[in-house]
Design a protein around this ligand. Structure first.
Ligand SMILES: Nc1nc2c(ncn2[C@@H]2O[C@H](COP(=O)(O)OP(=O)(O)OP(=O)(O)O)[C@@H](O)[C@H]2O)c(=O)[nH]1
Ligand SMILES: [Mg+2]
Length: 658
């Protein structure tokens, strides 16, 4: 068996740290050599942010009591030598629980009261107001205290049917999913809406986020989970139990949350299907071979029912795996088959993660290098010009030198006067940019969401819900295409005016690569798909309730905002590197005039000045060659580390279901 999940994650963490370190070196070096313009700086900042905030979410999704929490204990927390997440018969995890690490926050468990469902803000917004959450501090060195604190995620409240309805746990139209009514007429609902656990566990520190979910009902009741968190997870582990087989509700969850229709390349989260609790089939009266063949049969049946290949279903015993790790029992660990699952998970998750990082890194590094090289190019050109000028002065008399000085001063005056032209270029650029910003801005998105809400509220719409969504998405796509078109115009304008400025002033401006907005269109398609899937299955009646529809639209809005913000970010970066280039060239040119005049002055004062100056310039040219080589070295280090990682990912393709 290859490296374990934990080891692979560690390796990736090490790569990331090394990358961050190299990036820092590069940035200091650029600053030291005055090669850091605003565009380069912005690009570095983004790369660094991507590295730092890079998270990988693994979601565990299944009907209740299939062993999600126990598997999480076995895979990630066996090192604590005990059960950390509560796992017990019946419903245990009552609210979605996210485990992650944020260095800014002390180790704690935060719980969002279920009553927040009665208010309009989506979960994403509640995350921004930590003081509305109930907080319990954690002592990470005390596994007993940890597990005791985590018991909170099992807490329930007893409320009237009316209240349960308002909270989204009671639906007249699907009575089979409703909680049981007690003798006192009350029903049990979760006490908390969402739990966030912040601990400095080694894997979480490296950016792993684990999402443990409660069984079916609670998933459906929180649309944000269905349309945002689960579809955005980098890997989803779906769990079935050998003792129950594939039940109707297992199938419902599979259809609603796990099947990715025509899995496009953008939505390539890996999905793992686990057949848990195989130890219930370990039978002392059967031979090991008989037990094995029974497990294989169960595996086949499961695969059949889900429409998968046999080998896509991984039979394990989470519980025995946990026991085996706690007691260091290698034989039991092997029998639990947990290592096979960890291996598949590691490959799937790491593959996704490296794909994301690499694509971001390699283009950004290439652009960064181009930009910094351009800075060097300007200097080289200036030196060459001075050299020609000075060599031309050799053996010339005072009169010629005086004349030369006057010429430079004239050139300088002409250049200063041309400021108006450059200003005009800038203002056209800005105007067009404003159009793009409006198309992708918050106000546009807000009004689209309002329109969708209004459409959904139209009485008698029921069957038109999908249509209303389709219309909204069509309009969003159209807006994005318009933004693409205007960006295209900006690019044409930049290329044209840069060429003109280059010809006129000998600049070496080059329009930076235009943002790939088509990519965001694909993101929109993905979001639409996850909503469609949700709208189609079993939710038609719920959608007729205005509060529910509102909640869904709000969840949609938060996801869209992330997409639009990232598109805007790219547009901004593109704009910044275009204007930074212009700034840099103008600045260098002014300095260049200064240097040339200074040289002439020295020559006028001392006869030997000319030769000294020529030698000086020659040595500056050599120094530039050294800088150039160093820049190539520093940037190629960065891309080569990322290449190595992408090769590793290619060797271990993610296990995907159709
Ligand atoms: N025999 C056996 N029991 C298991 C195994 N994994 C989990 N269990 C038991 O199944 C029960 C349910 O496990 P949980 O981990 O709480 O299940 P869950 O999917 O998290 O359930 P909810 O939190 O209610 O959604 C517990 O009693 C576990 O000990 C296993 O591999 N074998
Ligand atoms: Mg659980």
């Amino acid at each position: 068996m290859g490296t374990s999940f934990n080891e692979q994650f560690d390796q990736h963490g090490a790569w990331r740290r090394e990358f961050a370190l190299r990036l820092k070196l590069l940035s200091e070096w650029l600053k030291d050599h005055d090669l850091m313009d605003a565009g380069v700086e912005e690009r570095l900042r983004r790369l660094e942010g991507q590295m730092r905030s890079d998270k990988v979410m693994v979601a565990f999704v299944a009907e209740f009591s299939r062993g999600k929490s126990e598997l999480i204990n076995a895979i990630f927390f066996a090192g604590y030598k005990r059960r950390i997440m509560p796992a017990s018969a019946g419903r245990t995890t009552m609210c979605p629980t996210e485990l992650g690490y944020d260095a800014e926050v002390p180790p704690c468990l935060r719980l969002l009261p279920i009553e927040t469902r009665l208010q309009t803000q989506p979960l994403m917004e509640w995350r921004m107001v930590p003081d509305k959450w109930h907080r319990i501090d954690l002592d990470v060195n005390d596994p007993g205290q940890l597990s005791q604190a985590f018991e909170k995620v099992s807490e329930i409240r007893r409320v009237t049917v009316e209240d349960a309805k308002a909270l989204g746990f009671w639906h007249e139209d699907s009575p089979e999913d409703n909680p049981m009514v007690g003798a006192d007429g009350l029903v049990e609902v979760p006490r908390w809406r969402h739990a966030l656990i912040n601990i400095a566990h080694p894997l979480l520190k490296q950016g792993l986020v684990i999402l443990d979910t409660p069984g079916l009902n609670a998933i459906g009741a929180e649309p944000e989970l269905t349309v945002n968190l689960i579809p955005q997870a980098h890997a989803v582990v779906f769990i079935l139990a050998a003792d129950t087989g594939v039940t109707k509700s297992d199938l419902a969850i599979w259809r609603e949350h796990l099947i990715a229709e025509e899995d496009g390349d953008g939505g390539g989260a890996s999905r793992l299907v686990v057949l848990n609790k195989i130890d219930t089939m370990w039978d002392a009266l059967s031979t090991p071979a008989q037990v094995q063949s029974q497990i294989e049969r169960q595996r086949r049946t499961t695969a059949d029912l889900l429409g998968l290949q046999d080998q896509q279903v991984i039979p394990v015993s989470g519980q025995k795996g946990l026991v085996a790790k706690v007691n260091s029992n290698a034989e039991l660990l092997k029998a639990s088959n947990l290592p096979a699952l960890e291996h598949a998970l590691a490959n799937g998750v790491m593959g996704e993660r490296q794909k994301i990082l690499n694509s971001a890194v390699s283009t950004n590094i290439a652009e960064l290098r181009t930009e910094a090289t351009r800075g060097l190019g300007i200097r080289r050109r200036d030196l060459a010009e001075q050299m020609v000028e000075l060599k031309g002065l050799r053996g010339k008399n005072i009169q010629v030198i005086k004349h030369m000085r006057a010429r430079i001063e004239q050139e300088q005056a002409d250049f200063d006067a041309s400021g108006a032209k450059i200003h005009a270029v800038r203002s056209v650029h800005l105007k067009l940019l404003r159009d793009v910003f409006t198309l992708l801005g918050t106000a546009t998105l807000k009004s689209e969401m309002q329109e969708l809400t209004d459409a959904l509220r139209t009485p008698g719409l029921k069957l038109g819900v999908r249509k209303a969504y389709a219309k909204t998405f069509d309009r969003l796509r159209e807006g994005l295409r318009k933004a693409e078109k205007v960006s295209g115009e900006i690019q044409t304008m930049l290329t044209g005016t840069f060429r003109q400025l280059n010809a006129e002033y000998g600049f070496s401006l080059q329009a930076p690569r235009e943002p790939d907005l088509a990519r965001y269109e694909r993101d929109l398609d993905l979001v639409e798909r996850s909503h469609n899937q949700y709208l189609g299955v079993s939710n038609a009646l719920r959608l007729a309730q205005p509060e529910f529809a509102d909640r869904l639209v709000r969840a949609l809005a938060t996801r869209l905002r992330v997409i639009y913000e990232s598109a805007l970010g790219e547009v901004e970066l593109w704009n910044k590197s275009a204007s930074a280039q212009l700034d840099a060239q103008l600045r260098e040119r002014r300095r260049n005039f200064g240097r040339r005049l200074e040289a002439i002055e020295r020559i006028q004062q001392a006869a030997s000045g000319l030769d000294d100056r020529i030698t000086e310039i020659a040595s500056q040219e050599t120094a530039l060659d050294v800088l150039d080589a160093k820049l190539a070295e520093l940037t190629s280090h960065l891309t080569s580390t990322s290449m190595a990682a992408s090769n590793a990912a290619a060797v271990q393709p993610a296990l995907k279901t159709a």
